[in-house]
Design a protein around this ligand. Structure first.
Ligand SMILES: *[C@@H]1O[C@H](CO)[C@@H](O)[C@H](O)[C@H]1NC(C)=O
Length: 309
């Protein structure tokens, strides 16, 4: 009886914590994607990994491994592009991580980036860092201009993305051999307060038939995830898939569904998801793809904008 009561209490507490994200519309992943731009060079030549919008200052940033860096160094290049895909700046980060997902946050007219940092032996960042984007600068993982965070103390790897419409930070972390997702109020997270996650659950669909995980982001109540491989790895088959997850239950709402965005690109490796709200108020779920030849990889961004309530 006592055990039963404790179990009931734990279940109640868990369901209270995990149902804290207000309801919202979600993207219909079965609807078409539109082009923002195709085949744009980044500052360095490697495939893009992730991308992020500073939605207030309307800036776009793309991550890639620094030219010549090893798989495990964690050395990244961040390119700032305008919305036509033209380079307007870049920054180098030494010892940070893989770059699968990162975030950009306005602070007045400056942009602060949130990235993984302190790359482990596999090249994945163990913690998060927040720092000002400074065109032309190189930061090492020990730079005093970094503010570092460990949202989940026992987690061994962290990455993040921002929901710029609801001002939330979504964190993907590695714990006990599995990926998990936690959602935080962005203002609280910026202050280093991770004590009240709005959601916290084990990532569903850890493997979709062996395809690589390629990105995630959040909008309102829903998490979006992207998988797939380059044509070189898939044998020329479009295998990119997207899915949405209800963050209050941690279960899949839609998908994984095949996306054929940019199917005519060469190479075409799916690389990153991000949310952006236009000046006209249209909210877009952006999907990134790398294209082109080794030594001259290009950036491509597409978006979905059809929503359902
Ligand atoms: C989605 O974007 C396309 C292309 O820019 C546009 O024609 C369409 O009106 C947009 N739909 C919504 C629901 O915003």
């Amino acid at each position: 009886m006592v055990l039963f009561n404790i179990a009931a209490f734990v279940t109640l507490a868990a369901s209270f914590v995990s149902a804290a994200v207000p309801s919202s519309e979600r993207f219909d992943l079965s609807k078409p994607s539109y082009d923002l731009f195709r085949s744009k060079p980044l500052h360095d030549d490697t495939v893009q990994q992730g991308f992020a919008f500073d939605n207030v200052n309307r800036r776009l940033f793309v991550s890639q491994r620094r030219n010549g860096a090893s798989d495990t160094s964690g050395d990244l290049c961040i390119t700032q592009l305008d919305f036509s895909g033209k380079e307007v700046g870049h920054m180098y980060l030494k010892g940070f991580g893989h770059g699968v997902s990162f975030a950009a946050q306005a602070d007045g007219s400056a942009t602060y980036l949130w990235t993984e940092v302190d790359a482990n032996g596999n090249g994945y960042g163990q913690r998060l860092a927040r720092f000002k984007f400074v065109n032309g600068a190189t930061l090492s993982k020990t730079s005093s201009s970094l503010k570092k965070y460990t949202p989940v103390a026992a987690a061994t790897e962290h990455t993040c993305a921002i929901d710029p419409v609801h001002n939330r930070l979504v964190v993907r972390y590695q714990l006990s051999g599995a990926k998990h997702i936690a959602l935080y109020d962005l203002a609280a997270a910026t202050k280093g307060d991770f004590s009240k996650p709005l959601a916290n659950f084990k990532q569903p669909l850890p493997k979709t038939k062996g395809k690589n995980f390629q990105g995630y982001t959040a909008y309102g109540k829903y998490l979006y995830m992207l998988w797939g491989d380059s044509y070189d790895a898939s044998g020329g088959v479009v295998n990119s898939e997207v899915a949405s997850v209800d963050m209050n239950t941690g279960t899949v709402t839609q998908g994984p569904l095949l996306t054929k965005a940019g199917s005519t690109l060469s190479y075409r490796e799916p690389e990153g998801l991000a949310i952006y709200k236009t000046a006209d108020g249209e909210v877009r779920l952006f999907l990134g793809f790398a294209s082109g030849k080794a030594g001259d990889r290009r950036s491509n961004l597409f978006y979905k904008n059809a929503t359902v309530v």
